[in-house]
Write a protein that binds this ligand. Structure first.
Ligand code: PAF
Length: 273
């Protein structure tokens, strides 16, 4: 595997499948890479902990980093290029196009973490400019991020095919995330409650068809003082606005804190007529 801090002319002209990450790789990332490899293009993984998407500097400092272990995993998987730019290489020329994530970028996760999605879209756009990939893949766990990236690529008419990687869960149902390493064993068990909230809400919603009633019932039935729920919303997956009677592709998104660590999750499903 080639390890580059800057992208030289060597990569020009190659058809690349790009897997952007912030490192501290887990099985969720590895499944994105395995998925990407099935397309037969050269694979390039970036590791860059993007300061612009952290609205809280202590969250940025705490974010887990383990380049040595990541390098071994990527090498074993047969990734072609590992790209680990520094901040100056990404943002240093002051010509970076700062992307506004718009109305949806300010809701839900964007409401709790102001500026987060502007930071995500800004770095993704910059990485796309540098890597010039043919295809790129993002995980479904970050559903709002995935929605906004797909919208951005469509609106800007970027010639990049966006792929989606399934959520990988542990035996408790907890969606894998680099942040899970910051939890104790008890914390991991508590965090499994996020998925249970999602399943309960889906069931009640399908039964009653009423969003407010379903959300309130769910929050009342699953009370665990160690799981601090920030939001729970039923959305239309095609617009990312609140679901309506017309919604056929629904997604339920949840965010909460366990032991001070912020976690997000979601499930999507079809609403039958
Ligand atoms: O999902 C992530 O790991 C990050 O938000 C991304 C897409 C690599 C941008 O920094």
């Amino acid at each position: 595997m080639k390890h580059l801090n800057q992208l030289d002319s060597e990569i020009n002209g190659q058809e690349l499948f790009f897997i952007p990450t912030m490192g501290s790789l887990h099985k969720g990332h590895l499944s994105l890479i395995e998925n990407a490899k099935t397309f037969g293009l050269k694979t390039i993984v970036s590791i860059f902990v993007n300061p612009k998407q952290f609205n809280d500097s202590s969250d940025y400092e705490k974010y887990p980093r383990d380049l040595e272990r990541d390098f071994q995993s990527l090498n074993q998987l047969g990734v072609d290029i590992l790209f680990t730019p520094n901040e100056d290489y990404i943002y240093g020329d002051n010509l970076v196009n700062v992307v506004d994530s718009g109305n949806i970028g300010k809701k839900y996760e964007g409401n709790s973490r102001p500026g987060h999605f502007d930071g995500v879209l800004t770095v993704v756009n910059r990485l796309f400019e540098l890597v010039k990939p043919k295809k790129a893949i993002f995980g479904k766990k970050d559903a709002q991020q995935l929605f906004l990236i797909k919208e951005y690529v469509k609106n800007e008419k970027l010639d990049i095919e966006i792929h989606e990687g399934d959520i990988i869960r542990d035996s408790n149902g907890l969606a894998l995330s680099s942040r899970n390493q910051l939890l104790s064993n008890n914390g991991l068990v508590t965090a499994g409650g996020l998925k249970r909230h999602l399943d309960t809400l889906k069931e009640i919603y399908i039964e009653t068809g009423s969003i407010n009633e379903s959300v309130n019932k769910t929050l009342n039935t699953c009370q665990d003082s160690k799981l601090d729920i920030d939001y729970l919303h039923i959305l239309d997956k095609d617009t990312f606005d609140e679901a309506t009677e017309e919604t056929r592709n629904a997604i339920i998104i949840i965010a909460g804190k366990v032991e001070g660590i912020r976690l997000i999750d979601n499930i999507d499903f079809k609403v039958e007529l």
